[in-house]
Design a protein around this ligand. Sequence first.
Ligand SMILES: *Cc1c(COP(=O)(O)O)cnc(C)c1O
Length: 491
Amino acid sequence: MHHAYLEKYNFPPFVTAHIIEQFFYIFSIFQTNFMRTIIEPFRIKSVEPIYFNTPIERKSILEKAFYNPFLIHSEDVLIDLLTDSGTSAMSSNQWAGIMKGDESYAGSPSFFHFKDVVQEITGMPYIIPTHQGRAAERILFELVGGKGKYFISNTLFDTTRANIEFSGAEGIDLICEEGKHPSTPAPFKGNMDVAALEKTIIEKGAENIPLVILTVTNNSGGGQPVSMQNIKEVRKICTQYKIPLFIDACRFAENAWFIKIREEGYADKTIPEIVQELFSYADGCTMSAKKDAFANIGGFLAMHSEALALQCRNLLIITEGFPTYGGLAGRDLEAIAIGLKEVMEENYLQYRIRSIEYITEKLVAAGVPVMRPGGGHAVYLDAKEFLPHIPVDQYPGQALACAIYEEGGIRSVEIGSLMFGKYDVDGKLIPATLELVRLAIPRRVYTQSHIDYVAEVLIEVFQKRASIKGLTITEEAPALRHFTVKLKPAD
Ligand SMILES: *Cc1c(COP(=O)(O)O)cnc(C)c1O
């Protein structure tokens, strides 16, 4: 076969059949080493059944759930991509940690294990466990928030924004220009607009800005990463105006992986090294252990300021618990400590990010409007482009999430005007910038065939998109309305 190449191409005389053969041999080694399927870096020890239902059954389930996926019973869902929060599969090591958990009220060794790991990762001395991320947020913003204060972020997550606003303060999102265009690929679409940051600080007055918050990765902005360069630039401005920088660190490891593979100068650094550098620019962080800690519950606050930590602990005791457990059981603290280490393993992160990229590629090939490149934890459909015939006040994202459920039993969530919309004084909807539908992939839970099925369903819904109708609200709560809102098909 290699002689055929010799005859076909005019190689110089020293190129013999043997040399060509050697070339193919080396190339095949290269292929087997570097181009094989990226496999799930685990095997399955315990399984959970999925319950199947039909599109007709799902149509009536949707109606009974008032067209709100949060109100659907999870047993009626085939593939649950509502959230990656608290839905991870724990490892056998984490389950072993659960058994080792020490439930002493004060001074449990499980707390010290947890504290040591968080200190090592963040480099911050004061570690406060909370029952989830929003509990950390509530404590923090009750102390530093209040009327007349502004919190500036790349994009505040919904619970973060809600806690800021509940304190009477205002949240300001300053996402970079690339982050505003879902279909245009860019490596770090989670970056903050640094020029706008400085302008806003001058406009609002540094004394009225208690914190700047960088969300890594940017959950509400498509799970897109923030570059180390951007973190450094934000740090510089914060230092200049004496404003502390906090990191909403829920997906710190996924963000670190993107830095490693996309940012110059980081390819040879280990994930723990990148993570430590990332935290080194911050004064503190809030964390939901339900994300990049593979835990089913938990969170924490970490910081450098002893004075602020003291105030936080005083609030912690009132609603969360004693400072060495803070609303968690000893076993949860063990599971978090172990998970925080496992999440930084490169085989895992490569598989994790590749799963999202894989489904994104399939959707792009079929012409489905999807956020590009894929984010760290989820696939985001651009509902405005997907359903151009549905006006924003008929919530195209929610309509799409319902259609996806009806077609394939897949649960997703709207991240658009239902989640972030406000009303003006005349009661008219002020829409969100983007109308997205998020399909969040739980960590270590689904395999490639599940992901293939999801892509097939999404492509089928796209082909039927003209028949999808909008929705109108019949009942809503004043804050975080998307959790409990009730809707009906628009006339
Ligand atoms: C989930 C999340 C939170 C809140 O954490 P909970 O544990 O759900 O309370 C805050 N910020 C971001 C970016 C998140 O993804």
